[in-house]
Design a protein around this ligand. Structure first.
Ligand code: URA
Length: 297
């Protein structure tokens, strides 16, 4: 079970023992996620006031409610991309115009650097409003292998790099087992912004972000793609099959220019941390990848 916590107790802990007791309590209650960086003492808050309802017509447009973001450092104005649909400042809810803009920005990027700039300047995915960083990629863009996960978690959001938390450490060990490391692979995610509280990205958010990861794959042009987990496999292999059926069988990811890249769907490291008995399945999949790379070299 996954539980989030927003609240601290009335008395703030002072000693290391107090803190350890509280953490032990949270752990035994199943709390494994902090929603905010700073604790909130709900006991110190005033009693809630009755909800004030503004007339619907007076409500500001949703965009106005989204937090303001500093101007993109790339200097790229997404609305100036030729023939791009007009954009709103920050979209609270993804919509088709934003998906079209994402496609336009992705297609017009001719290098990975440009793609990163276009993504950093894109405000059409609401996940960006709550994320600390764009998590673009890690590793070697010249690598023969590209791995794609689902979305960044807390550690990745803080560092701006994919797979740097617990599942990342397991992934590093899995890669090492077949003689690879971050200098010989390239790693990215379907979604480049952390969903708040690590919730599952919505289908809308995935559709908005899809053109970016598809273009990223096209620009890296790896010999082999590894889909880490069901969401990556389903999104990039255009299938609704479950990962336990998909894994271990070669598929193909077809790029916009029609190139078919061999793809191996496998189990996500976070799933393997929860289900260690299935590590042997992922091990088989990684051996398949290793054999394929050897055959290709
Ligand atoms: N899980 C993912 O899918 N991606 C990351 O970057 C980290 C955890």
């Amino acid at each position: 079970m996954r539980t989030n916590v927003r609240t601290m107790t009335a008395a703030s802990p002072n000693s290391p023992t107090d803190i350890a007791d509280i953490l032990a309590f949270y752990a035994s209650a199943g709390v494994d996620e902090a929603l905010e960086d700073a604790p909130v003492n709900r006991f110190a808050e005033a009693a809630p006031r009755p909800v004030e309802r503004a007339p619907a017509a007076a409500a500001p447009p949703r965009e106005d409610k989204a937090p303001e973001r500093p101007a993109a450092s790339s200097g790229l104005d997404a609305s100036r991309v030729p023939d791009a649909p007009a954009r709103s400042s920050v979209a609270a809810v993804p919509d088709e115009a934003q998906a079209a803009l994402a496609r336009q920005l992705a297609t017009t990027a001719t290098t990975l650097d440009q793609l990163r700039q276009h993504m950093a300047a894109f405000d059409g995915c609401n996940l960006k409003a709550t994320a600390k960083n764009l998590v673009f990629a890690d590793g070697n863009p010249e690598a023969a292998v590209m791995l794609v996960g689902e979305a960044p978690g807390r550690d990745e959001d803080i560092e701006g790099l994919p797979f740097v938390g617990r599942s990342g450490r397991l992934l590093d060990r899995m890669l090492a087992a077949i003689g690879l490391d971050r200098s010989s692979v390239y790693i990215a995610n379907v979604i480049p912004w952390r969903p708040p509280g690590n919730r599952t990205p919505t289908p809308h958010e995935t559709e908005i972000c899809r053109p970016f990861i598809e273009r990223q794959i096209e620009l890296v042009n790896p010999k082999v793609l590894v889909n880490l987990g069901g969401p990556s496999a389903k999104t990039l292999l255009n299938t609704s099959e479950g990962i336990l059926r998909l894994r271990g069988n070669w598929r193909a990811h077809t790029t916009a220019s029609g190139i078919a890249i061999p793809a191996m769907p496998t189990l996500h490291p976070a799933y393997l941390l929860r289900t260690p008995a299935h590590k042997k399945l992922a091990w088989r999949d990684f051996l398949e990848v290793k054999a394929r790379l050897r055959a290709l070299s």
